[in-house]
Design a protein around this ligand. Structure first.
Ligand SMILES: Cc1cc2nc3c(=O)[nH]c(=O)nc-3n(C[C@H](O)[C@H](O)[C@H](O)COP(=O)(O)OP(=O)(O)OC[C@H]3O[C@@H](n4cnc5c(N)ncnc54)[C@H](O)[C@@H]3O)c2cc1C
Length: 380
């Protein structure tokens, strides 16, 4: 059996690792990604806020040596879900099973003025160059703003506002700066009232202005104002933006999408096509666009593929659970666990910021790198 895994991000890496761990050379896994390495989302903030270097957070796919898995670095140009075949710059590949884990593409150019007058911090180059932007900043009005929904890692803009506060305080610029956070959500983390309350308290303590249920539509480079969807304007000296997210064009062209994203069975991650699955940010499954959800979805798909290979019945189904670590400033980390169950209101459990959770977050990263890349790594 050959399994084609499109995308070596959180979902694709977890899936390939599980297949290799359990089936080894019995199954041929072809893992395709255009990038030469993986970067955790949280590492983007670590680099932007000067805790580490861009080089230290790159996990090269060269280190991905797993029985049964062949990594192909190439851009996927077309996907035929009916035939389970893809065309890439390195030729065409087909599989008995196809798993789409291509994530969400980011489009800073879709927000007028963002590239000219603001700075997006969600792509790898955007986050890495954000470090110099912050180093050069001399104080003034900082706006952290979201430009569309859905967006990855809903807590990340709140974390960014708190980390900007710390950085400006350290540099002696906080007294002559204002920090505003513009979010389309009613609360910082809607499924967890406790986490939201703790974040709102942290914003209030630090004098960070919170603007809920609002979204930035454009920036006016001449007047240096952010224009919100309701027409209000916010002046800025530094705009840190979350850009527009879309399913990659190759996915949109494949016929797999409905309303921009791939619909999947909420329990099995199957698409409308036989033996074609999709996991993670590229889907419209209803859990947040975050690595921990992609990873858990991949585990379910792995089990189904393993059962198919062994000609048994797969018992596990997706449970909608995910645990996120939140940078709370002052070098502390909090933890929120949120479960989205079919048709029921999400349930969230919150652990307050602590030093212990800083270590838990580091373990979260290093355990993934050990399993996925077979080497030791620490994010601090
Ligand atoms: C600032 C920030 C902080 C974050 N913090 C966290 C966090 O603390 N915890 C958490 O769980 N999540 C976090 N996230 C979100 C997380 O990074 C994503 O949700 C997660 O990576 C999604 O996994 P995925 O497998 O669906 O897609 P991805 O990990 O995005 O992987 C998709 C892969 O597909 C490849 N690809 C796309 N198109 C093509 C093509 N045409 N040809 C070949 N390859 C292609 C890409 O190169 C990429 O490697 C954060 C994100 C950001 C931006």
């Amino acid at each position: 059996m050959r399994v084609l895994v499109l995308g070596a991000g959180f979902g694709g890496l977890e899936l390939s690792t599980r297949l290799s761990e359990q089936l080894g050379d019995d199954v041929e896994v072809v893992l395709i990604d255009r990038a030469d390495g993986f970067v955790f989302g949280f590492s983007k903030l670590d680099v932007m806020f000067g805790r580490t270097t861009g080089e230290a957070v790159q996990h090269s796919y060269r280190d991905l040596l797993k029985p049964g898995v062949t990594f192909v670095q190439s851009t996927i140009r077309s996907i035929d879900p009916e035939a389970r075949r893809v065309e890439t710059d390195a030729g065409s590949f087909d599989g008995d099973v196809l798993v789409v884990a291509l994530g969400a593409d980011l489009h800073p150019d879709a927000t007028p003025g963002l590239l000219e007058a603001g700075h997006e911090f969600y792509t790898v180059p955007g986050a890495f160059s954000g470090r110099e932007v912050l180093e050069r900043f001399d104080g003034g009005q900082v706006v952290v703003g979201v430009t569309s929904t859905p967006f990855k890692c809903p807590p990340a803009p709140s974390e960014t506002a708190l980390l900007v506060h710390d950085l400006l305080t350290r540099r002696g610029l906080r007294d002559r700066s204002q920090i505003s956070l513009v979010m389309p959500l009613g609360r910082p983390i809607p499924p967890s009232p406790e986490a939201s309350a703790a974040l709102l308290e942290a914003f209030a303590e630090r004098g960070i202005d919170w603007h809920p249920e609002r979204i930035v539509r454009s920036l006016d480079p001449g007047r240096r104002v952010a224009v919100l969807a309701d027409g209000d304007e916010m002046p800025f000296d530094l705009f840190l933006g979350v850009p527009v997210h879309r399913a990659p064009q190759v996915v949109q062209d494949s016929g797999l999408c409905v309303d921009g994203w791939i619909p999947v069975d909420e329990l099995t991650l199957e698409t409308a096509y036989a033996d074609v699955y999709a996991v993670g940010d590229v889907t419209s499954i209803g859990t947040p666009k975050a690595g921990v959800y992609a990873e858990r979805q991949a585990a379910v798909v792995a089990e189904r593929i393993i059962a198919r290979h062994r000609e048994t019945t797969a018992s596990s189904t997706y449970d909608g659970q995910g645990t996120c670590y939140l940078e709370f400033g002052n070098d502390r980390v909090a933890r929120v666990e949120v479960t989205f169950r079919n048709g029921q209101a999400p349930v969230g459990e919150f652990q307050a910021p602590s030093d212990r959770l800083v270590e838990d977050k580091a373990d979260f990263g290093s355990s993934r790198v050990r399993r996925w890349f077979g080497r030791e790594w620490s994010n601090y």
